[in-house]
Design a protein around this ligand. Structure first.
Ligand code: NHR
Ligand code: GAR
Length: 234
């Protein structure tokens, strides 16, 4: 049974982040102080740089190493089952894939449908899968970018939440192009996580609607009604 999407002890929705590597998107999310609680960071690779960052920030970490299930009858299903157990202990309202590099089985995806998001380094539906920057350069496209989307069992094709496009320059290499895209990833992903945490995303078929921000709390309303001089940055 799926545990109900629980709020954290502090009333904020809990989020679990899955990573495989450096974790710069994880860092961008954590440093944006979103209205949620990052309950845990889970990696399928023991050496992932993002684990060290999480530990330094007092976030629980866990490794579910996919290579441990290599000899199972169905390695992907066995890994996904173990991963699901590790995640559900934290009862997340949202599961965030941040540079997570294992394709997930339909059973896993179904379990988190509507509450699992991914950031992909291309303007989907162009370039699903791997090596997106190399393929974009090979094709000579003028625009490239990144996409935050809900995850469905068809790879990189779930409902799109937000995208950013960047120009491709004539002298670009995979490194320069991926750096330009990554800068946008770091702007987009924290916002998408916040929108979800605020309950502002509605899936409508293949489309995602962003509901307007509402200010409920009286204190917030008072702030909204105030004229603030000088204007608050950010
Ligand atoms: N799983 C499903 N079912 N649907 C999606 O949309 C998913 C997903 C799992 C991961 C991220 C994705 C990306 O943004 C993601 C989206 C890994 C691969 C891959 O081929 C492809 C896409 C994505 C992540 N992985 C290899 C595999 O055999 C392993 C590669 C490696 O370990 O380096 O799983 O691009
Ligand atoms: C990011 O560019 C992300 O979009 C991409 O991997 C990088 C992870 O960087 N994701 C994929 O390619 C998924 N297949 P990070 O670990 O520094 O966040």
């Amino acid at each position: 049974m799926t545990p109900p999407a629980a709020g954290g002890t502090d009333g904020l929705p809990s989020v679990v982040v899955l990573i495989s590597g450096r974790g710069s998107n994880l860092r961008a999310i954590v440093e944006s102080a979103p209205p949620c609680r990052i309950a845990a960071v889970i990696s399928n690779r023991p050496g992932a740089g993002g684990l060290a960052f999480a530990r330094e920030h007092g976030i629980a970490t866990e490794v579910v190493d996919h290579t441990a299930w290599a000899d199972a009858a169905d390695p992907r299903a066995a890994f996904d089952a173990a991963l699901m157990q590790a995640i559900d202990r934290h009862r997340p309202a949202l599961l965030v894939l941040a540079g997570f590099m294992r394709i997930l089985t339909p059973g896993f995806v179904d379990h988190y449908v509507g509450r699992m998001i991914n950031i992909h380094p291309s303007l989907l539906p162009s370039y699903p899968g791997l090596h997106t920057h190399r393929r974009a350069l090979e094709d000579g496209v003028r625009l490239h970018g990144c996409t935050v989307h809900f995850v469905t069992s068809t790879l990189d094709s779930g409902p799109i939440i937000v995208q950013a496009a960047v120009p491709v320059h004539p002298d670009d290499t995979e490194d320069t192009l991926s750096a330009r895209v990554l800068e946008q990833e770091h702007r987009l992903y924290p916002r998408a996580v916040s929108w979800f945490a605020q309950g502002r995303l509605r899936i409508d078929g293949n489309r995602v609607r962003l509901l307007p921000a509402t200010t409920h709390a009286p204190a917030e309303q008072a702030r909204a009604a105030a004229l603030v001089v000088p204007a608050l940055d950010g």
